[in-house]
Each structure stands twice: as C-alpha cells, then as structure tokens.
Design a protein around this ligand. Structure first.
Ligand SMILES: N[C@@H](CCC(=O)N[C@@H](CS)C(=O)NCC(=O)O)C(=O)O
Length: 212
C-alpha cells in the first residue's frame, strides 16, 4: 500500500533508517517519496535537510506539512496506523520485553557509535583510528553482552528475539548486527544474537531492506 503524501528521508547505510525500511517492508507499505540524505557528503548537516529535520539525523517522515524523526517513534506510529503484522504486542508485559531489547540497541548502543560521535572523538578529541575502532567495538560488545542474556532464554520458543513472534526488537537487532560486522566485531560470544540475525535476514522484508 502506498503512503500518499509521505516522504521518507533515508540513507542506505544508516542503521536507524534500516530499522524503518524493515518495518515498512513487513507491513507492505511504500512511502510516496523517498529522499536520500547522503551522510557521506554531510547532507544531513546542511541547511536543506536541517530546515526539514532540525536534528540533522535520519530517518524522518514528512507528512501533513510536518516532519517527525526518531526511528522507534516512527515504527511505533506505523504499528498503530497499520497493525498487521504487529511489531509491538498488545499485551503490556510482552510489549515491555520487546521495548527492553529495542531500547538496549537504540538507546544504549547506537547513540555512542553514531557518525557524529565518531567524528567528534577523532576530529575534536584527537582519538586515533585504532582508538575509534576500539571505542566502537567496546560499546557494541557491552550492549551485545546484555542482548545475548535477554535473547538466549527465548531461543527454544521460536526464531525471533522474543521467541515465536517477530517484533520491533528484530527490526533493531538486524541493523545493529550489520554495523557490528562492518566494524569486524567478533560475534562468536553471541550465538543467540547470530541465530536470530540469520533467521531474520533470510526473510524477504529484511533482505530487501539491507544496505547492500
Ligand atoms: N535516535 C535516532 C538516531 C538517528 C541517527 O543517529 N541517525 C544517524 C544515522 S544511523 C545519523 O543521521 N547520523 C548523522 C550524523 O551523525 O551526522 C533514531 O533512532 O532515529
């Protein structure tokens, strides 16, 4: 189904945008317009995009004359508007578990390794390329230690983060594993994360959202 009058500001390698692409695919939704904000050229910090989205971050949606950012907020809105399949369970306890996993990624890992943070620690604070790499891996592993403990108990109940049902947690996990692989993080200590990632990436909605 086409989302008329909706513009999706996207960038292929943005893991926050990748979460939204997965959610759109799962729900069979196509934004009327997709605008690419090229993070490699710094387009996110230029006035053209900042006049649309003041944070200078992707993803964002514009519709009805307004712009909204924050990938998890966008996915929650999509889920409320187009509830099939549900990415946030109706049961409050199940929803708590889903958000616990999603926020571990989106609040505790991703912000520390965002492009602007990496630029700041190298360009302003003088961190070397090796130190930047070490920083990146450190925060992924700290978060993945938590995630593995959250996901492992559900492994016998189904192929997704929380067991049988695909959820917002899976839309966050796959892009974060993609980032970990890009930065050569050793994933051998995380068999549950790898198993969920392998299953999800075999599904067309995830495969078609992948950066490469
Ligand atoms: N919490 C935000 C984070 C958005 C974000 O950090 N996006 C990154 C790409 S994954 C970005 O636009 N970075 C640009 C920069 O750091 O200059 C969300 O989930 O949407």
């Amino acid at each position: 189904m086409k989302l008329n009058d909706l513009t999706f500001y996207d960038y292929f390698r943005s893991s926050a945008s990748y979460r939204v692409r997965i959610a759109l695919n799962l729900k069979g939704l196509q934004p009327e317009t997709v605008e690419i904000v090229d993070l490699r050229t710094g387009a996110q910090s230029q006035s053209l995009y900042k006049s649309v989205e003041p944070s200078g971050l992707v993803p964002s949606f514009t519709f009805g004359g307004k712009t909204f950012g924050q990938s998890l907020a966008l996915i929650e809105w999509l889920d409320a508007m187009y509830p099939s399949p549900r990415l946030i369970p109706a049961d409050p306890l199940a929803a708590l578990g889903v958000r616990e996993v999603a926020h571990t990624i989106a609040c505790d890992i991703h912000p520390l390794n965002n492009l602007r943070i990496l630029k700041y620690i190298t360009n302003t604070l003088g961190a070397s390329a090796d130190a930047k790499q070490e920083w990146y891996r450190h925060w992924i592993c700290a978060g993945f230690d938590t995630l593995e403990a959250l996901i492992a108990p559900h492994r016998n109940n189904g192929p997704f983060c929380l067991g049988a049902d695909l959820s917002l947690a899976d839309t966050c996990l796959v892009p974060q594993v993609y980032n970990a692989r890009r930065f050569d993080v050793d994933l051998s200590p995380y068999p549950a994360i790898c198993a969920v990632n392998a299953h999800c990436t075999s599904l067309p909605a995830f495969a078609n959202a992948a950066p490469e």
